[in-house]
Each structure stands twice: as structure tokens, then as C-alpha cells.
Design a binder for this molecule. Sequence first.
Ligand code: GUN
Ligand code: ZN
Length: 434
Amino acid sequence: MTKTALRGRLLCFADGPDRPTYIERGILVIENGRISAMGEDPALADGLVVEDFGERLIMPGFIDTHLHYPQTQVIGSYGAQLLEWLQRYTFVEEQRFADPAHAARVARFFFDELLRNGTTTACVYCTSHPASVDAFFAESERRGTAMIAGKVMMDRGAPQALLDTAERGYAESSALIGRWHGQGRQLYAITPRFAITSTEAQLEATGTLMREHPQCYMQTHLSENLREIETIAELFPWSRNYTDVYDRYDLLGERSIFGHCIHLREEERHRLAETRSIAAFCPTSNLFIGSGLFDRAALLAAGVPVTLASDIGGGTSYSMLRTAAEAYKVLQLQGQNFPAFAIFHSLTAGNAEALGLADEIGTLAAGSMADLVVIDSRATPAMAHRMEAVRSDDPLERLAEELFVLATMGDDRAVAATWVAGQCALSNNPTLTE
Ligand code: GUN
Ligand code: ZN
């Protein structure tokens, strides 16, 4: 049995965005990969090897609910909106994943980059090649991470080399579910890319897969771009709206994650809420591809669970801190607020709850997996300088200001260490080990 302790400022949002659990001089005890205790009592660390993170914040690892690992070399592709961006850049790049060696190399890079940014769980699109999924999950198993991922199903509207068929998409997804869902910490997401690249036969097969594997997730794109929505209306003339297309095939539900959800009508929000479907807010992508402004307040008012996500490679940063900064700005443009505690709740417990994983990840509660990020709010000269001005006498006010500085100025440089299942996966800063 391995047992270690971390010392530092402990922070999590197990009780919601308004009630942070914050211990300024805390001890976190880790046993066999899980958190076994957290508290103030120095005796918790008696007899244990202690990693001392001093003034740094120890939080649950960040959770990214929508991104594409085959798009690491698509980031920063110039001058196109969604449909052209897919054809000109993304569909070209994804063809390279027919080569398992390429997939394995990119998967290694992708995990390095997630962990460098403090992200320990993510909902990930692979390509239509089953080998891209094998490469991804094999790398995740090596890293010990909990990941949700799946083979993209697409049987029209893209180069032939990327297309499967309704039957093949079904058969390959079934085989991958058998191979990977519940293997270690790996979870499968049935992944029809979006309704433009799936025929009705494929959407039908997707619904069948979901009924056969109700424990799996489903992820797709919804209402990202105006031309996309026009195309959907042409391809599915019987549909009342975009959400209705997925609804027709029984794809809505509490394990269904819809990326973007920007241009929804009130009745679509209502239907997403009714089915407990999840809307993933991808601010850096929405700004970069020029898709539009996510209306978080309207979705929350309708009762839709909302998560935050990077959407690499339409998105431009792996950092969930940078993602939070852009989310704040998108909401500012609409007169909506996003306070610091709500931001960090969303990156951790909020995203975990939406995914139904709050017992496993997203908090520092005893029993949770020890997937952690250690944050240095003074990581850069500009941040250290800004932090000098955090002066309130109230510890929670100081914390809120610090977190907002992190969400505004932070990035990978603020990540001092990342732990996965109780093991240090990455350390940027030396710690004092007793
Ligand atoms: N819609 C369908 N595929 C994609 C994709 O790869 N990225 C984004 N941002 N939107 C999509
Ligand atoms: Zn996406």
C-alpha cells in the first residue's frame, strides 16, 4: 500500500460554486491513487512522505468536455469559418490518422500537453479510423488517466478516405466499446461527428448503439455556425430545428454532450433541458472560427447543464485557464457574468457533475481519485506583480480575486504540477520533499 501526503492550500467546489472548500494550510492524504483524507491537522501527515507545495493551490485536475486529439496540428489555421475550415484543413489532417504510428505519436504529444496544462480528464474525438481510438486509449492507459473518447462516425460530406458507412460505423464502434469501455479508467463515447456528415441510416445506427450501450456517452456538434444550420435544414427537411434531428434518433440524454449550442431556439433549449443533455461551451473555438457567442445565461435559465471545453483544434489553447478567460469575455459581450468561483467550479466539480463522474473526479473529497493540479498564481512576473495588489482581509475575498487573476492571466505556466491517480505526472517546479 502506498500512502503519501501533499501540503499546500487546498481548494475544491464539492458543495457548488458558492461554497468553496478552502483550507489555507492543508494536508491531502493519498492512498493507492485515491484521496483518503483532507484537513488542517498536521498530524494527518505523521509518518508519511510529504510533498510540500507551500503557497500553491492544490485543486482537482481540470476537466475538458470537448476536444479533438487529431487536430493538434490544425490549431491556428487561417481565414475560414466552420464548413470551409473542416474541408480545407481538418478533413485533410485527419486522413493522416490512417497510419497507426502517426496516431500513436500524436496521442503522446496530446497527453503531454493536457497534463502540462493541468487537464486530467477530457471528452475526446478521435478520427473515423479505429486505430486512432486504440492509439488514444492505449496512451491514456499508460498515463493512468480517466478519458472519454470515441471513433468519429461519418458516412458522407467528406473525403472518401475518412468515410465509413452506417454498417461499418456501427460495427467498428461496437468493437471499440467492447475493447475499451470500462477498461481501467477508460470510457467510451459514441461519436457521430455531426448531422451534416452522417446519413439518416448512420444516425439510426447511432441510436441503436446508444440503446445497446446505455452506459456509454454520446458526443456530437450542435448549432455552431449559421451555414451549418441552413445545411441541416436542407438535409433534413422534415426537422423542426437542428436539435430535432438528433432527437428523432433518440440521441438526447444525460450522457449526451453537444458541442457549441450557440444559435439555439428557445424550444431547442427546452428540449435539451428536458432530456438533461449537456451543452459544451467552447469559447476560444467560437471566437476563432467566428461561430458566435454562447448564451450561457439562456441555457442555464432553461435548465441545461453547461460545461466548459477547449475544442482543440478549432479552439486555440489547451489551457482551461485560457479557455476560462475567453469564456468570461464572450459573456461580457452579452452582459452576462462569470464569477471566479463559478469558473473554477465549472473547470472541476461542475464538469464532473455534468458527466456523472462527481464521485470519482472533480473534487478533493475522500474517496475521489487523486487527479490533481497544483497552481502557482505568481507564475509570471506580471501575475506576481498583480497578486501584490490582492489585499483584502477576508480570506475568501482574497481567494476570489486570486482565482480571477488566474482565470484572466493564467496558462500552462501557472501549472506547477499535475498528479494522476496519486502519482506525479508532471512537475514544473521543485517541491520540498520531507
Ligand atoms: N463540426 C463538425 N466537426 C467539427 C470539428 O471538428 N470542429 C468543430 N469546431 N466543429 C465541428
Ligand atoms: Zn468539436
